[in-house]
Each structure stands twice: as structure tokens, then as C-alpha cells.
Design a protein around this ligand. Sequence first.
Ligand SMILES: O=C(O)[C@H](O)COP(=O)(O)O
Ligand SMILES: [Mn+2]
Ligand SMILES: [Mn+2]
Length: 548
Amino acid sequence: MLKRLNNFEGIKGPVVVVVMDGVGVTPNLVGNAVANAHTPTLKRLMQTYPNITLKAHGTAVGMPSDEDMGNSEVGHNALGSGQVFEQGAALVNQAIASGKLFAQPTWRKIVDNVRDKGSTLHFLGLFSDGNVHSHVNHLMAMIKRAKEEGVGRVRVHILLDGRDVPETSALDYVNPFEAFLAELRGPGFDVAIASGGGRMNITMDRYEANWSMVEKGWRIHVLGEGRQFASAAEAIETLRAETKAIDQDLPPFVIAKDGKPLGPVNHGDSVVFFNFRGDRAIEISRAFEDKAFDKFDRVRHPNVVYAGMLEYDGDLHIPSNFLVPPPDIQHTMGEYFCAEGLTQLAISETQKYGHVTYFWNGNRSGKFSDTLEDYVEIPSDIIPFEQRPWMKAAEITDEMIRRLETGKYRFARCNYANGDMVGHTGNYDAALIAVATVDLQLTRLLKVVDRLGGVALITADHGNADEMYEISKKTKKPDQNPDGSYKAKTAHTLNPVPFILYDNQTKGRLDLTRGNDYGLSNVAATVANLLGFEAPEMWDRSTLDIKG
Ligand SMILES: O=C(O)[C@H](O)COP(=O)(O)O
Ligand SMILES: [Mn+2]
Ligand SMILES: [Mn+2]
């Protein structure tokens, strides 16, 4: 149970946390779609209400180093749990460095299965060093080890990134990787890339937004059906020239010799999905594992030993085998608030629905209480978001207002996806509209918060739209093409995020403590205080300064 604060009884109306996904803060104005968008409300809030910035990247959110940008998973984990846990990227690094990964039973099962049968070991996953969903170093360490342990045949299925790394960087990973494979290849060790495609085109759908992506991936990786090329580099170059698509959107391809695909997945094979992050790994894992699978026709469902890098869903236990135990995220906000009997609302559109539920609750898809908690999903569009930068922000606000007005909720959280999903397209003009859209929704929502006697905390999970051009490592300024145009940037940023206390209830009694190095993990305790409670001791401290 939570203790009551003795100097503050709590806000009477609802406490609302607004996550503006991908909206970071930087003084640099070139390519900054947050600063340059039409945002009268955000600007007014920054001038009139207590506000600070929060750290949202690197070790402050459990990433291995401060060179690592933040992302939705680690950001929402920190927001929802009030704590910082070492995250998948760091845990896998350690498990490989210590050799633990190779000593535990799942790796043994994977390797013994193919060694005994002379069958194929497949690796499938996001092929980059983005460190958001995966890292190519983990893949390389496992391939090397497989060879050392006597595995005879390895096939690699690569999902091209261009979303957590520069938008046309696929060959920067493919070329050195091919050289690495050529070194390992030899009598008794047959290794090759077998299939691939852009990560936003195949396989890595999330939250069941578009199962047809997973079906396309299944056909390429498992059935070996699709357009054939002699090598991954040839596929990438050809498909780029034909479609002008950036890496994340490139069409799928199969590597083949004499018309025969190099690596379909067959009965008796082993498959490792080497992403450590779960949201975009769950659907393909279900396609491999579910007996009564009905999302698409698998045509063939090979009986394989399948393992994920981590356990992706701690409630549903997806997948059943995994190589590294996930962070043990306990004592989250939902758990404490339900124990206290507080009513809660979580709402977003499909693309971010799991962020305010599953990630918020420490990568668990279930609820803590069916009666106290309502989780609401507004279906997302499935067309490119630069064509609909407003996304479902208005519909989220409509539904949130409707629900808040029922008076049911003590605490509500929502995520506006626009800054992030449009930021990832690299389209600056669309990102300006995305950020302006969120601003407009804030205007609507905050009026209702006032009317209900509530307060709001307005923040983000990491930056994205705040830097729509690549920054040159040398000059630290936006990077230019030879023709003077800027290089589009699709990835998140390392910038901090805004944190605004919107309070028209306490007549200035509440403020935010300045001068501290606060991060996303300080938000949960702040919410608890606003509700009139002391935060549990394992949460990072509150940002709130309660006067009198
Ligand atoms: O999965 C994605 O879309 C990107 O890799 C990261 O974006 P997110 O962390 O904001 O979801
Ligand atoms: Mn995000
Ligand atoms: Mn993102």
C-alpha cells in the first residue's frame, strides 16, 4: 500500500500524463520540426507553467552507454515503473561477453537440434547496430559460436533498418557482414544470407496493426518464395533503383542459386529471432509457435526449434524459448495504483497502444485489474504516415475527453504517436504538421482537464522530430548533400524531452524542483505525489516541490 503524503492531500480531479512520442528539445533550429512547428499551446505552456527537461537516452533509461539514443520501450518502461533497469541491449551484451548465453539450455537445444539432424540453423532479425531492437554484433557472435560448436549450415534472414540508423545505410552493414561470412565459410561450414527486405515492409509489424507484413515475411523467409537475386547487395541496389524506397520500406527478396532459394525454413531446423525488443517480435514468433494460428495461411508450418533473443511478453510467455532472461521489471505504477484502488485509463492508437499498456507495465500484456483499468486502442491507419501526419490524434483526444468526463478516472495516460511515427519517415514538412497536430490536441484536452479540476504532466519518451536532418559528426551541424540539400534523418535523437506541470488547481503551491538531473524514471513518483501519495521507496524520486 502507498502512504499518504502528510503535507498534500492530492489533486481532486484526474491526473493526466501526456506522452508526445518522439518530441525532444534542442536549441538547434535547422531541421527542428518541434521548435519550428506551429505550437501556440506548447509555447504558452513553456512560458507560463513550471517546466524542465528530462533525460531520455543512454544510461538514464538503462541503455548500455550514453551514446545510445532512447526508444519507446526503454522510455515507457521507465515512465511506468519509476525505475531504471538494465535493458535488453545491455543484458545481451553481458550474456555474450560472459558466455552465459551459450551455456544455457535454449542455446544447447537450438544447436543440438541441427547438429544431430544435419539441418539448418536460421537467424532472423533486424540487421543493424541501431541497438533499439537488435545489434548486428550479437548476430555475428552467435554465428561464430555456432561454427565452433560444429553446426554445418547457417542461413541469415536480414531485415533492413534505415529507421534506427541512417535511412540508406543497409550496404554499410551487408558488405562487412558478407566479408565476415566469407572468412568463416569453408569445408564443413556453409553460411549465407537467404532472404531479406525492409523492416517496415515485412515481418516486424507490431500490436497487430498489419498482419500482412508478417505474412509477406513468412513467404520470403520460411517458404523461400519471392523475387530472386544472387546476393543481398544486388537485391538492395536493384530494388533501390527501381523503387527509390529508403531501406525500411524496401520490398522483400530471396537469395537463390540456379532458381533455387538458398534457405527456406524446413522441418527439423532451428530458428533464432535475434531481436531483443518485443513489440515487433511477437507476431512473427506467434507465426512460428502458435498451433492454432489463424492470422494468415502459413501454407507450410515447419516443425522447428524456435527461440527469441529475450522473452517478449512476460504474461503470455512469448516465445516459449529464449536465450537471455528479460529485465525483471517489478513494482510498476499500475501494480501500486491498482492495489490502492485507483481507477486508471490508458489510451493511444494502435501504433503506440502497447507502449502505454505493455511497455508501461514492464513488458506484460495483461492488466493488473479488470475493474480499475481501462485500456483503449484507436485503430491506426495503415498508409505511410507522411501522407497522414495527423494520424489518429483527434480521435484519441475525442475518446479521452469522453471518458475523462464520465468522472471515472483518477489517473490517465495517453500517447500521441505523431512526432515519432512521422519523424521516422524523414519528411520534415510532414513532421511540422505532426507536431502542430499534437499541439492542437493539447489545447482541447487541457481545457477539459481544467474543467474537471485535474492537472496534467506533458512529456515525451525520447526525441525524434526535433532533428529531421542528420547531424555531421565532424561539424556537429546538419549534414548537407553535395547539392546543398540536407540529409534526411529517420532515427530518434539523444536530446532530452520536455516536462511540463500543467496545474491550475493549487494556486502555485506546486512547482518542479530545478537544477536536478531528472530523467523519465522520475515521472512515476511525481504522479504518485499529485495523487496525494508518497512514492514507493524503489522508485526514483519525485520532481515535485510542494510548498507550504
Ligand atoms: O520500432 C520502431 O518504430 C523504431 O525502431 C523505434 O521507435 P519507437 O521506439 O518510438 O517505437
Ligand atoms: Mn517512442
Ligand atoms: Mn520511434
